[in-house]
Ligand binder design. Structure first.
Ligand code: MF3
Ligand code: CO
Length: 249
C-alpha cells in the first residue's frame, strides 16, 4: 500500500482524536497510584472517551479485549488491564488510541508509580527524548530512515537497546497504515517524507537486550532478559517545517 497523504480536514480530525488521547493519558497518569488495578484505568478510559465523543480504537482490534494497553516493568507493549495492582516503584507504559469521525490518534507514555529507581527514571527520560529526536527528524524531503536513525542514536547513546520486532506506523482511517517505522536503521533509507503524511512514532526501549517474548495470553510482550522497558508514542503530521504533534492534550 502507498503512504496516504492527508488533507488539512483529515488532519484536523486526527488532531481531535489525538487531543482526547493526550487528555486521557494525562488523567490515567494521575490515577496510576499504588494499589490501583489496571481494570480501573480501563474503566476510566471508557468513561472519559464516552464523555468526549470518541471511540476506543484498541477495543476489539484483532480481538484485543480492552480500551488501553498497560505494560508494567519488563513488559514492553500490549499488556492487558486486569486485577493486578500497581505498586510503588513500578514503571507503567500506557498506550491509548481514540477514533473520532473515522480517524485515529495513537499515543503512549511511560510513568513511574510512586518513587522509582534512578535507572528506571533514566530509561524513561531517554525513551521520551528519543521520541522527540525522531519527531525533529521528521521533515518533508528527508527519508523516513532519518527518523529511525535519530531514535536509535539517542537510545544507544544512553546505553539502552531498541526493540526490533515492533515498529511505528502510518495512521489515519486505520490505526496501522503504511509505512512501518522501525526505531533503528541507516538514515538514508525508506520513503521520502511528504507534507500531509501522518505517522505514529513509538520507540520501545529496553534497559537490557532488544529481544522480546510474547506471553500465553497472546498479547503481552516482555523483554526476553527480564530487564525494564519503556515506551513513548505520538501521532505527528509532516508539514513544511517542524512536524506537528497531534496527540497533545
Ligand atoms: N499503539 C499500539 C500500536 O500502535 C497499540 C495497538 S495494540 C491493540 O500498535 F491491539 F491493542 F490495539
Ligand atoms: Co501505535
Amino acid at each position: 500500500m502507498p503512504i496516504i497523504v492527508k488533507s488539512e480536514e483529515e488532519i484536523a480530525l486526527i488532531r481531535e482524536a489525538g487531543r482526547v488521547v493526550g487528555q486521557v493519558l494525562r488523567i490515567l497518569a494521575q490515577e496510576a497510584k499504588p494499589g490501583v488495578k489496571g481494570e480501573r484505568l480501563d474503566k476510566i478510559v471508557r468513561k472519559e472517551f464516552e464523555a468526549r465523543g470518541v471511540g476506543p480504537t484498541f477495543l476489539g482490534y484483532q480481538g484485543y479485549p480492552a480500551s488501553v494497553c498497560l505494560s508494567m516493568n519488563d513488559e514492553v507493549v500490549h499488556g492487558i488491564p486486569g486485577e493486578r495492582e500497581l505498586k510503588e516503584g513500578d514503571i507503567l507504559s500506557i498506550d491509548l488510541g481514540a477514533t473520532y469521525k473515522g480517524f485515529v490518534g495513537d499515543a503512549a507514555v511511560t510513568i513511574g508509580v510512586g518513587r522509582i529507581s534512578r535507572d528506571a527514571e533514566r530509561l524513561i527520560r531517554t525513551t521520551e527524548k528519543a521520541l522527540y529526536k525522531g519527531i525533529e527528524a521528521a521533515r518533508a524531503g528527508f527519508p523516513l530512515g532519518a527518523v529511525s536513525h535519530a531514535i536509535q542514536t539517542e537510545v544507544e547513546a544512553g546505553g539502552f537497546s531498541v526493540v526490533r520486532e515492533y515498529v511505528g506506523h502510518g495512521v489515519g482511517r486505520s490505526m496501522h497504515e503504511d509505512p512501518q517505522i522501525p526505531n533503528f536503521g541507516p538514515p538514508d533509507r525508506g520513503p521520502i517524507l511528504r507534507k500531509g503524511m501522518v505517522l505514529a512514532l513509538e520507540p520501545m526501549v529496553n534497559a537490557g537486550g532488544w529481544r522480546t517474548k510474547r506471553h500465553d495470553d497472546g498479547w503481552t510482550v516482555s523483554t526476553l532478559d527480564g530487564s525494564l522497558s519503556a515506551h513513548f508514542e505520538h501521532t505527528i503530521a509532516v508539514t513544511d517545517g517542524d512536524a506537528e504533534i497531534l496527540t497533545l492534550p
